[in-house]
Design a protein around this ligand. Sequence first.
Ligand SMILES: Nc1ncnc2c1ncn2[C@@H]1O[C@H](COP(=O)(O)OP(=O)(O)O)[C@@H](O)[C@H]1O
Ligand SMILES: [Mg+2]
Length: 155
Amino acid sequence: MYTVTVTSPEQTMALGQRLANGLQAQDVILLDGDLGAGKTTFTKGLAVGLGITRNVKSPTFTIIREYQGGRLPLYHMDVYRLEDGSGDELGLDEYFNGDGVNVVEWSKFIADELPANYLRIVFKRDDEASEMQRTLSFEPVGEHFTELVRHLEDD
Ligand SMILES: Nc1ncnc2c1ncn2[C@@H]1O[C@H](COP(=O)(O)OP(=O)(O)O)[C@@H](O)[C@H]1O
Ligand SMILES: [Mg+2]
């Protein structure tokens, strides 16, 4: 596991941007952590790294937002409001086996529908240290994501 502490939204975005370089179609990135922890901020950076020029907005009320025009499409999901077991209706599988990069906020709500391999990133605030401090833990599952995190660590 790789852990990194950042002290500004820009640093969180920069991490997302760097991660984007190694991503390929069908990758699944799970972003977990409380409201305001920085999951959407990270995704904004990841989109920039993919070369997407549209501004990424939180998909909380739409559940899925799609961004074309970058090196790969980005499918940004926030499944917080998904009813239990309705991942099926959303067609999650089609996204996961599709042509783009998948980013899922609040993955605990689709725990039964996760693919075999993924990268989970857990965001934690530390308000006692600073209002802008976040610790990100990268927890890869599978060889591809383990390799990806190794590169991130080395850069
Ligand atoms: N280090 C940091 N990383 C990310 N966001 C930060 C950081 N410090 C402060 N913030 C602020 O915290 C909020 C994070 O919101 P957001 O990314 O939407 O979180 P989430 O998607 O996890 O609910 C933003 O207002 C952002 O400006
Ligand atoms: Mg969010």
